[in-house]
Design a protein around this ligand. Sequence first.
Ligand code: ARG
Length: 588
Amino acid sequence: MAANQECSGNLKRQLEKLFDASLRSTVPDKPRVKPVVTTSPLDRSGDYQCNNAMGLWSMIKGKDSQFNGPPAVGEALLNNLPTSEMVDSISCSVTGPGFVNVVLSTKWMAKSIANMLIDGIDTWAPAPPVKRALVDFSSPNIAKEMHINCHRCTLARMLEFSKVEVLRRNHVGDWGTQFGMLIEYLFEKFPDTDSVTETAIGDLQSFYKESKKKFDDDPDFKEKAQKAVVRLQGGDPIYRKAWAKICEISRTEFSKVYQRLQVELEEKGESFYNPYIANVIGELDSKGLTEESEGARVIFLQGFKIPLIVVKSDGGFNYASTDLTALWYRLNEEKAEWIIYVTDSSQKQHFDMFFKAARNAGWLPDSDNTHPRVDHVDFGLVVNGEDRKRFRTRASDVVRLVDLLDEAKTRSKTALIERGKDKEWTPEELDQTAEAVGYGAVKYADLKSNRTTGYTFDFDAMLSDKGNTAVYLLYAHARICSIIRKSGKDIDELKKTVELVLDHPEERALGLHLLRFAETVEEACTTLFPNVLCLYLYSLSERFTSFYSIHQVIGSPEEASRLLLCEATAIVMRKCFPPSWNHPCLQD
Ligand code: ARG
């Protein structure tokens, strides 16, 4: 990531700055050495530690060094550390690797949290790694079902919080060869295409399946379908019209899901890039990257056995031609500095290959650490609990995201009714809350797992109120809200008049965790692992519970300060939550 100029809310970055200054004085002739600051393991005496001594020692030992081992280097780093109000004490282990342990000033920590309460959580945003990023996510295929992962917008949200301008891009699969058969099938079933409505076609997925069956079984139909692709891609108005109709129906279905999940994104589907493809391939030709192979134009890439086909032998373009063109467009027209593609891991090779082709074309730098940069954020399979096979229905169909959402809503509604909420809330409130909890539970279960390993889909586990679940988090947040409400105090007034203190170990531990928010968001964005943020959020709830189970808030002498700590916790939790979780009923 690019160097950060600002780091006001980011503890780790602030400490790195201090250690950077110390490194410059300790080893002035090693200007390239970067400070290595990490959080300290629980059994160590500090909050953070600097781990540079060992590495420095191996660089300088034997070269008439003034130091006699890593601890001496650590000692020097400690002595050269500029004084700062954020540091309470520093120590260095006299043996071993010479870690420099930093204990933060509790007073400074309390002040920082109090400042956030006044100035807002945005002051805790990590510095933007780039100005403009493009996140290509969801990107379903027309006429097919949306897969379970089509809601993943957390990366976009985290980057937006970091003040990055994010182009949320839906790279809809609206231009593949499947359209040939879909269009021909549409003509057969509805000779009068103009009058075709969504209800007439019914379920687009079944329509897709029927046309595929015909394509596989009927050679005449197959031939017609293949010709139809050519006519469509050649711009035949009748074929274009039928294509537009199918896309429109699919789009209406997709947008219902996006609305339910409050996912915002802008569609520029595969077809959008069609007018640019020929030029882009032309550029690759003129750079000498492409060659003829069995009638197709291909790019041979080092490290890959098969070449990347960019023009098929029938002259048509494919997924790779579109993706190369989309990348060109995103870099040159949209000026995105960081382009992130979120898809399942079965597409890894496709991304590896076209990224490499783009590097060969000189569109991207060779190193991953500079911009413009591309990343494929791949995720593993979602599997069934019973047989650990790909998540499918009994009829071995893809599980429809809409059906999952419906069931999640029904289940969470039942749970709310069991708790008597139907008597407290209006039917609309009950409905909205059931949606927020149900959909949120599905989303959270998806996000909290390490994306590359995949996970088992299990409604009971995701809707449980125990463990690292959405429901547990919502309870923790609701409890905090109710403490604040029951106190009857005006929090805004307290923010201005009361000093926040973190005198007790549990208060300090909670405060420290709050202060680690910015570096956690930064880590999740840098590594592109949103589960890092889920883990943070879960630990935050646990730390709150440890604090609250020992310390009384209402009626204690520290009431006012503790209410502020409660408020800060609730604010950080809400920043991590999806917007739908801000529903007033969920704060009850
Ligand atoms: N439509 C593709 C699919 O459903 C995903 C597209 C991902 N984005 C991209 N630029 N290739 O598998």
